[in-house]
Design a protein around this ligand. Structure first.
Ligand SMILES: Nc1ncnc2c1ncn2[C@@H]1O[C@H](COP(=O)(O)OP(=O)(O)OP(=O)(O)O)[C@@H](O)[C@H]1O
Ligand SMILES: [Mg+2]
Length: 223
């Protein structure tokens, strides 16, 4: 599903100062793996996820996702491809405050070319049910706890039936029990659907939820 060959990302900060955020990374993630990348703050985890998603362009090397190098496609083709192929979950739930949970989950279906998917509402309802929020369809984000909001985000990330789920520190803002619940939801989604998941976290104790653990340090994969 994901192939990184000798991938580096260097940021130039002016006056010749360079930050080697990701350095010469080789990584293959097979279809159906639930890979968890751990590493300290600044080790390059988010940069690596952005490279995989085609949201950052590599300074060197090749990033191949499902057989293609997305960042080489024209912008509009990239966005469409990304909306259909990848689901995103970030650290802070990014829901639109004026939309209900159900509407937030349906939103990404508007950006794919199947003209809004006629079954979007039933699909969204099903997904909210699967993350334990069947009774919160009409709730607004402000009426939901942080953990419930993150569940809505997870449901939203799956609405276009992506092949890959990318999650960046999805639990770092949550208490321990809620963190456990959210990780169990990822595990459950992985088991039920066989989707490929790449999840990034600084919490090394969470690797037990995945099928594979990768450790980063100083922009490199060290284990
Ligand atoms: N847009 C940017 N411009 C310049 N430097 C950047 C940029 N993005 C990231 N960096 C630098 O690249 C390095 C890796 O950052 P990255 O955000 O990938 O780390 P991280 O492992 O996700 O950290 P955290 O756990 O704090 O989220 C850091 O030194 C960071 O300062
Ligand atoms: Mg990060």
């Amino acid at each position: 599903m994901i192939e990184l060959h000798g991938v580096s990302k260097t940021y130039t900060l002016g006056k010749g100062v360079e930050v080697h955020a990701v350095q010469d990374v080789d990584l293959t993630v097979d279809r159906g793996e639930f890979a968890i990348i751990t590493g300290r703050s600044g080790s390059g985890k988010t940069t690596l996820l952005n490279l995989v998603a085609g949201l950052a362009t590599p300074t060197a090397g090749r990033v191949i996702l499902d057989g293609s190098e997305i960042w080489r496609l024209p912008d509009s083709a990239q966005s469409l491809w990304r909306s259909k192929t990848i689901g995103f979950v970030f650290q802070f739930p990014s829901l639109l405050p004026s939309l209900t949970a159900l509407e937030n989950v349906m939103l990404p279906t508007m950006f794919v070319d199947d003209s809004g998917r006629a079954d979007a509402a039933s699909r969204a309802t099903e997904l909210l049910d699967s993350v334990g929020l069947a009774d919160k369809l009409g709730s607004y984000p402000r009426q939901l706890s942080a953990g419930q909001q993150q569940r809505v985000v997870i449901a939203r990330s799956l609405v276009n039936d992506p092949q890959l789920l990318l999650a960046d520190e999805p639990t770092s803002d949550l208490d321990e029990q809620t963190e456990h619940e959210i990780m169990t939801i990822f595990q459950d989604i992985h088991t039920r659907t066989g989707i490929t998941i790449l999840l990034v976290t600084h919490a090394t104790n969470l690797v037990r939820f995945g099928t594979r653990a990768v450790r980063m340090s100083g922009g490199q994969i060290v284990a």
